[in-house]
Design a protein around this ligand. Structure first.
Ligand code: PMP
Length: 293
């Protein structure tokens, strides 16, 4: 995007001038939190939920975001306007800020906050018709008792290692198991299975980021009278599923037709996945925080 403007610590600056220090602990230690948000035709989808998760993540790592939620909302809208974007992917990042080379966050006097609003880069359209092929990664999802995946922190190395495994195996995404061997989620998406006309997805206690898209899909399914169970799943459960799909802000709902070389059912996008996809598309166009450019 040309002439892109970034909101950085209270100012809108051209992309080229949007710089953070090499002493920023977000960079030195992955010490920070973030959110990925979408806007559709001038409406920001589930903005309140995203802001709540951001402040919850920040609280969890004892990071003070130097803006109220209302101020951050205004800053997001300002950034969208400055970039003339009705349809956007919005990245909000809050780091510990500039410190010294030690770990001590007390040396960082104030958080660095920035907002990038850009055009969305989606999976190619044909994958929504054909479905994704996944592998299961050897890299396990961080354990809840170490770095809880519920915190959307800047520490994504765990997921990146799994993503590299997927790429090396010629797949676009990888399933990450938790330390007990149960399915947690993918590197940047939650996972669902359809079995006997009901949805199943791992519970928060399996060690996942509780996705906002995941929660919208659960609500949508309930409104369609599709039963939803949050329960532990194994790889074998997924292999035997009638349908499998992933959910995430960027991917929305994307079907999965192959896992570790096993074809899911007949290898076609299933009817419940299609129904939920259509329902979700409707939802994003009529819900959300409206803004004018
Ligand atoms: N899990 C992980 C690890 C993620 O990074 C994401 C995307 N932010 C998700 C799940 C999906 O969450 P959401 O629907 O809120 O985008």
């Amino acid at each position: 995007m040309e002439n892109m403007k970034i909101w950085l610590n209270g100012k809108l600056v051209p992309k080229e001038g949007a710089r953070v220090s090499v002493f920023d602990h977000g960079l030195l230690y992955g010490d920070g939190v973030f959110e990925g948000i979408r806007s559709y035709n001038g409406r920001i989808f589930k903005l309140t939920e995203h802001l709540e998760r951001l402040y919850r993540s920040a609280k969890s790592i004892i990071l003070k975001i130097p803006l109220s939620s209302g101020e951050l909302e205004e800053a997001i809208i300002k950034t969208l306007r400055a970039n003339n974007l009705k349809d956007a992917y919005i990245r909000v990042v809050a780091t510990r800020g500039v410190g010294d080379l030690g770990l001590d966050p007390a040396k960082c006097s104030s958080a660095t906050v920035f907002i990038i609003a850009s055009k969305i880069q989606l999976y190619p359209e044909e994958l929504y018709e054909k479905g994704l092929s996944l592998i299961t990664a050897f890299t396990r999802r961080n354990d809840i008792k170490t770095l809880n995946p519920a915190v959307k922190s800047l520490n994504y190395l765990n997921n990146i290692l799994a993503k590299i495994e997927a790429t090396n195996a010629g797949a676009l995404e990888a399933i990450m198991l938790n330390k007990d061997g149960y399915v947690a989620e993918c590197t940047g998406d939650n996972i669902f299975m359809v079995k006997e006309e009901a949805l199943q997805t791992p519970p928060a206690s399996a060690g996942i980021l509780e996705g906002i898209t995941r929660n919208s899909v659960i609500e949508l399914a309930q409104s369609f009278k599709i039963p939803v169970k949050e329960n532990l799943l194994t790889r074998d459960d997924l292999y035997g599923g009638d349908e499998v799909f992933l959910t995430g802000t960027a991917a929305e709902i994307i079907p999965v037709t192959r896992i570790d070389g096993r074809i899911i059912k007949e290898g076609k996008v299933g009817p419940l996945t299609q129904k939920l996809r259509a329902g979700f598309k409707k939802l994003v166009t009529c819900e959300g925080r409206e803004y004018a450019l």
